[in-house]
Design a protein around this ligand. Structure first.
Ligand SMILES: [Zn+2]
Length: 183
């Protein structure tokens, strides 16, 4: 391979990534600018299916990420608009963790992932895309998933998969809750 062919391959692969990822990025940026705070407006709207709100606790809720890193990407957040993890009460903290368990049980039940990334990005410096309302990400992972994610990020595929995933998660919620130990 000549160096110019190498450059061409590199440019082609960047171009392909750009095209595949663009719809996801543009939607995300558009929403980020237009919405006040999706973690406040989604649970307050009253239409949980449209807003991808899956489960409500007393202080926290689970919703699907509309711009997922992988299919089934969930978020657990307090209803309270706060970026301050330390300010959560003990009860709020315990329930937050309980909903993380529920999210993992739910995804395990319907999607059988090979692993999970679970975590908080507190502050812009830590990589939070939205840093005003804290939320813990639950990202299911499959072996080799980095290879197919760019394909799944296409807007049309994503919109369809979000709706069907929401339905599947909702249907499995009761069983997943029953499987958790509250002891
Ligand atoms: Zn908020």
């Amino acid at each position: 391979m000549t160096s110019s062919e190498g450059m061409h391959d590199h440019a082609a692969s960047l171009e392909r990534m750009g095209r595949l990822w663009a719809p996801w990025r543009i939607e995300y940026i558009r929403h980020s600018k237009s919405m006040e705070c999706v973690l406040c407006t989604a649970p307050a709207d009253g239409d949980d299916a449209t807003n991808l709100v899956l489960h409500r606790g007393q202080w926290n809720f689970i919703m699907m990420n509309a711009f997922p890193y992988s299919p089934g990407h969930l978020m657990v957040a307090p209803f309270l608009h706060t970026a301050d993890l330390v300010s959560l009460t003990e009860e709020q903290t315990v329930e937050h963790h309980h909903l993380l368990k529920l999210g993992v049980a739910l995804l395990t039940r319907i999607a059988h992932p090979d692993g999970f990334n679970i975590g908080l990005n507190l502050g812009r410096a830590a990589g939070a895309g939205f840093d005003q309302h804290l939320h813990t990400h639950i990202v299911p992972r499959w072996l080799g998933d980095t290879n197919f994610m760019p394909v799944l990020a296409h807007t049309r595929v994503m919109a369809e998969s979000l709706t069907s995933m929401y339905r599947r998660l909702s249907e499995a919620l009761e069983d997943a809750e029953a499987s958790l130990s509250d002891a």
